[in-house]
Ligand binder design. Structure first.
Ligand code: ZN
Length: 477
């Protein structure tokens, strides 16, 4: 029998706020445990929570960017469970009324056609602490730095049909959350986490099959792999006539397999009720319209503009707008240098290579748009060749100095002095009489060889056009 794959994703995203959701502790990733804590987020009795308005603004922005309807009146509920990572004994979450609902994202399906993925809800909640299991012995430690950090949870309807669609949904979601500056979405630091609900059903059957929940996937690649693994596992079970058990599974990166964590809790197990200590969140239509008007230009719109306005190929526009940081960098360069295609080539090529090798974001590196423009102007003014410019960019990037300084310190200025070049050319000619003869005998290629020898002799600093000209003048006569 053929089966249809049904996937729904739940994504937790840490919001980029200065402080936690209900106290003034800093919301910052630090290595040292329990530094960012206070009696509030440690769950001491008698401490009253106070809602962070910056977190509400971010949640509103994300909901609007995901095409959601906004609840003007919402509140927080207590989700009760007992576990050491949650010091109060309950998690504050928007269980009954999420701030955003009925949204959607349009992605590409596996055939490259547009497909709408419905987003059921976007709600706010506080993060839990983190258990640290000792390598030896049977103790576990708790780090509460993360307890109370503001999150939004974004839940899709079961609309995804393959691991590939799931990955594309996540990539698009991440792009939107970064573009709106709601989150930095760093999966490796846990600021974007994804759980997946997976089930199979006979092709054409309207009912959903028993599902399993997958957790602990630390990269988009891991999401895709674990989904593939789980789909195969469920298909094998169903084909052998058995039933899939509803449970929570953990993806194990080492063995590339899923491991059973626990039977899945049902919503009623949490005994949710509205928190009596927090005031409700009341938004006005005006608040919503203001947030909507402040939404930035999204990646796809920006890419289309680059194609129309700057005449860039779609490929360039896609790469440049793949991160808002890179797109901002590109536009800052254009304010100083009016050649979009050349600027794009250098950003996509050498600049991105440096970012990748250092792991820096465009706004974190000291090689700023004015530095790239300085480099491009030096090429235009024929002070350096394009080839040397690549080295200069790498050195300026790594040293944090201006490209001009690198050129001056290393004596890389292009040689355009005729008499100096003539000396080198005469030397090259005397050392390569055969090539000169060949050229005179009609072998045009030999000229290229001679130019190459002059470039080598000058360590790439000669102006190639001038070398060509002078060579012709000397051996052509
Ligand atoms: Zn605190």
């Amino acid at each position: 029998m053929e089966y249809e794959v049904v996937i729904g994703l739940e994504v937790h995203v840490e919001l980029l706020t200065k402080s936690k959701l209900f106290c003034c502790c800093p919301n910052r990733f630090v290595a040292e445990p329990n530094i960012n804590t206070c009696p509030g987020c440690l769950g001491f009795p008698g401490v009253l929570p106070q809602l962070n308005s910056e977190a509400v603004r971010h949640a509103l922005t994300a909901s609007l960017a995901l095409n959601c309807e906004i609840a003007l009146y919402s509140y927080f509920d207590r989700k009760n469970y007992f576990y050491p990572d949650i010091p109060k004994g309950y998690q504050l979450s928007q269980f009954f009324v999420p701030i955003g609902s009925k949204g959607f994202l349009i992605i590409e399906d596996d055939n490259g056609k547009p497909k709408t993925v419905r987003i059921g809800r976007v709600h706010m909640e506080e993060d839990a602490g983190k258990l640290v299991h000792a390598i030896s012995g049977n103790t576990s430690l708790v780090d509460y730095n993360r307890a109370g950090v503001p999150l939004i949870e974004i839940v899709t309807e079961p609309d995804l049909r393959s691991p590939g669609e799931s990955r594309r949904y996540l990539e698009q979601l991440k792009g939107i959350l970064q573009y709106t500056r709601v989150s930095d979405c760093k999966m490796e630091e846990g600021s974007l986490r994804c759980d997946a609900n997976v089930s199979l059903r006979p092709m054409g059957c309207p009912d959903l099959g028993s599902k399993t929940e997958l957790k602990n996937m630390n990269s988009f690649k891991a999401v895709e792999k674990s989904l593939e693994h789980e789909i195969k596992r469920q298909r094998d079970i169903l084909r052998s006539g058995k039933e899939v058990i509803t449970q929570t599974l953990r993806w194990d990166e080492g063995s590339q397999a899923t491991i059973v964590m626990r039977g899945k809790l049902q919503a009623h197990d949490y005994r949710c009720f509205t928190d009596p200590e927090l005031a409700p969140i009341e938004l006005t239509e005006e608040d919503v319209e203001k947030a909507r008007a402040a939404l930035p230009e999204m990646a796809d719109v920006r890419a289309a503009r680059y194609v129309n306005e700057y005449d860039l190929p779609e490929y360039d526009a896609g790469v440049l707008t793949s991160s808002h940081g890179l797109a901002d960098y590109f536009e800052s360069c254009l304010e100083l240098y009016n050649n979009p295609k050349v600027t794009s080539n250098w950003i996509i090529g050498e600049f991105t290579a440096q970012l990748n090798s250092t792991g820096l974001e465009p706004d974190q590196c000291s090689f700023q748009p004015k530095d790239l423009v300085e480099l491009l102007l030096m090429i235009d003014q024929k002070l350096i060749s394009g080839k040397i410019a690549k080295d200069v960019l790498a050195k300026a990037f790594q040293r944090g100095t201006s490209p001009r300084l690198v050129v001056e310190e290393e004596g890389l200025l292009q040689i355009s002095d005729q008499s100096e070049l003539e000396k080198v050319i005469v030397k090259v000619i005397s050392e390569n009489p055969d090539s000169v003869e060949n050229y005179r005998g009609g072998k045009a290629k030999s000229l290229g060889f001679l130019v190459g020898q002059v470039m080598k002799e000058t360590e790439g600093k000669a102006n190639p056009r001038l070398v060509n000209e002078l060579l012709l003048k000397i051996i052509g006569s």
